[in-house]
Design a protein around this ligand. Structure first.
Ligand SMILES: [Zn+2]
Length: 339
């Protein structure tokens, strides 16, 4: 081990040995390039994707010289100068091998073998024609990216005519002859109609934006007119009833009997009142429990009960007897909420 190290050091330290090592390295480098030194008329060099050749040749054209250098051009490879060019002394011939580019043209992808550098050159080799607004990614003047992908976004325009509904406005008028809380429609609103022309921009067939070109009024909308009640006092028989609001409801009837209230009825309401005439069941979201009310055809009452079926504009009127409840049946009436 120690002797080997000493021998190596002696070898490296000797100047002549150093020269020998340098020469060896140089000849290795030279061997990596093919040197075809014939006794030709010209000495030229060929630089291809995989080799560098120095060639002595009597060939007349670049193409012949490439053959002698065993460089076979594929249909889309190219050499500079071109194969037809005459050979001259000292010429440096460069060969570029074709690679694949993938052109995504509005969603359709095609592969093309090309030795061109820029996107624009590749597209013209592929015979792709671009419209004035079509976009190319990367731009035509840039080099094709390493993955070979080129994207073309086709931009087109079309005129589109659409009918558009114009909503009507709502006009509310106070009406002193209508009870507060009630609203009546005096005039039904009517929607208008417009015919609108748009210029629509499509990218690869998909709409991306639109601009209004013209608008033609086909039909003017007409407003809806609502009458809003403000009346807060009505007369029923000898009673003057002042109220906060009136509600139109569907009123059904019941009595405390087993048929009306089930076998477990105890004769009391939800709020602990005795179930009797003058107590009505309400939806508390519409008429608050405890409200004093006047029900047309029934009289003064208290909103003192609720019921599973009493939802929204519905009330259930309690009568003393089953016969009276049956006689009422079901009616559409106004309830005046007094307080
Ligand atoms: Zn009953």
């Amino acid at each position: 081990m120690k002797r080997w190290a000493q021998a190596t050091r002696r070898l490296v330290e000797t100047p002549w040995r150093l020269v020998f090592i340098a020469l060896s390295c140089f000849s290795l480098l030279a061997a990596s390039c093919a040197l075809i030194a014939g006794s030709g008329t010209y000495t030229v060099t060929v630089t291809a994707w995989d080799r560098y050749v120095r060639l002595g040749t009597s060939a007349a054209t670049v193409g012949d010289a490439l053959k002698e250098a065993n460089v076979v051009l594929g249909p889309n490879d190219y050499s500079f100068p071109t194969p037809e060019a005459p050979l001259t002394q000292g010429l440096d011939i460069k060969v570029v091998r074709a690679s694949l580019a993938f052109i995504n043209d509005g969603g359709r992808i095609r592969a093309i073998e090309t030795a061109k550098d820029t996107v624009g050159e590749i597209l013209s080799q592929a015979g792709v024609e671009l419209g004035p607004e079509d976009a190319v990614i990367p731009p035509a003047e840039e080099r094709v990216p390493d993955d070979g992908r080129i994207r073309i976004v086709r931009v087109t325009y079309a005129d589109v005519i659409e009918e558009e509904v114009i909503p009507y406005t709502v006009e509310r008028r106070s009406d002193g002859s209508l009870e507060a809380g009630l609203v009546r429609t005096l005039t039904a609103g009517k929607e208008g109609l417009a015919r609108v022309e748009y210029s629509v921009r499509y990218e690869d067939g998909v709409e991306v934006s639109r601009q209004e070109v013209s608008r033609e009024l086909v039909r003017e909308p007409s407003p809806q007119v609502l009458l809003v009640g403000t009346l807060q006092e009505v007369t029923r028989g000898s009673d003057n009833i002042r109220f906060n609001k009136a509600i139109e409801v569907v009123a059904t009837a019941y009595c405390p009997c087993v048929k009306c209230c089930g076998p477990y009825a105890n004769g009391y309401t939800h709020t602990g009142l005795v179930a009797e005439k003058g107590v009505i069941a309400v939806d508390p979201r519409v008429i608050p429990l405890g409200s004093r009310v006047y029900v047309d055809g029934y009289g003064f009452a208290v909103a003192g009960d609720t019921g599973g079926a009493i939802k929204g504009s519905r009330v259930d009127l309690c009568f003393s007897t089953h016969e009276e409840a049956l006689a009422w049946g079901m009616k559409r009436v106004k309830v005046y909420v007094i307080e």
